[in-house]
Design a protein around this ligand. Structure first.
Ligand code: ZN
Ligand code: ZN
Length: 220
């Protein structure tokens, strides 16, 4: 499996900061970790946030408007300007699933216990904490998912094949981030079955801290 494919759709700064701060639900952590293992760009950006420290980011979010915040922000900005000195290299994993995902599944594609959900689409729900859920989806080439809206945030990471929807086309390594404002109908490309890792949260869990953090750092 060649992981050198061009990735066009990336994680947001809010997700990378949330991951660095440890404030994401487990299901989102898995999607973020899987994207990062395929994407040099996001891995480098995460390195910058982790250099600052998740604790500091969290504190900055809680102490809005204080003098300490300005100091902390300077440190954050300086660290980001400096950039990561040497981002850890991606560990190439043979197969479809990066190692972070293989740990959850207990192997690669052949270890997945698929269950049909109709229209030829199959899924396998992975065990995580209840605050959000994550599943593998297998969409036959050319098939459409039911059109749908979202009650929270949905992260969809492509692992094999590709899909298109009203917004764009997503291939291996690409992540689509859909929110309540989005309504879409994903359709799998012709070719190999489209296999995605998709996470959705409980509405209030993700929307509290992260939008506040995002505002705080919007000028970055
Ligand atoms: Zn990326
Ligand atoms: Zn969706």
């Amino acid at each position: 499996m060649n992981d050198m494919t061009q990735i066009n759709h990336h994680l947001t700064d809010e997700l990378l900061m949330g991951y660095a701060a440890g404030s994401l639900p487990e299901a989102f952590n898995l999607v973020v970790a899987t994207h990062i293992s395929l994407c040099d760009e996001c891995r480098a950006q995460l390195g910058a946030y982790e250099a600052v420290g998740g604790a500091m980011l969290e504190e900055a979010g809680l102490n809005a408007g204080t003098a300490e915040l300005a100091v902390e922000l300077d440190a954050v900005l300086a660290a980001i300007d400096a950039g990561p000195t040497e981002p850890p290299a991606a560990k190439p994993t043979p197969g479809v699933f990066p190692s972070a995902l293989q740990d959850y599944v207990g192997g690669d594609l052949e270890a997945v216990k698929w269950r049909g959900v109709g229209m030829g689409v199959k899924q396998a729900i992975l065990k995580t904490s209840k605050s959000a859920s994550v599943r593998l989806l297998r969409i036959p080439a050319g098939a459409a998912m039911p059109d749908h809206g979202h009650h929270g945030t949905e992260l969809t990471l492509v692992l094999q094949g590709a899909f298109k929807d009203e917004n764009d086309r997503f291939a291996r390594g690409d992540i689509e981030i859909a929110t309540e404002a989005d309504h879409h109908t994903p359709i799998a490309d012709v070719g190999p079955d489209c296999i995605c890792l998709a996470a959705t949260d409980a509405p209030l869990k993700f929307r509290g801290l992260l939008p506040k953090l995002a505002q705080r750092f919007a000028r970055i």
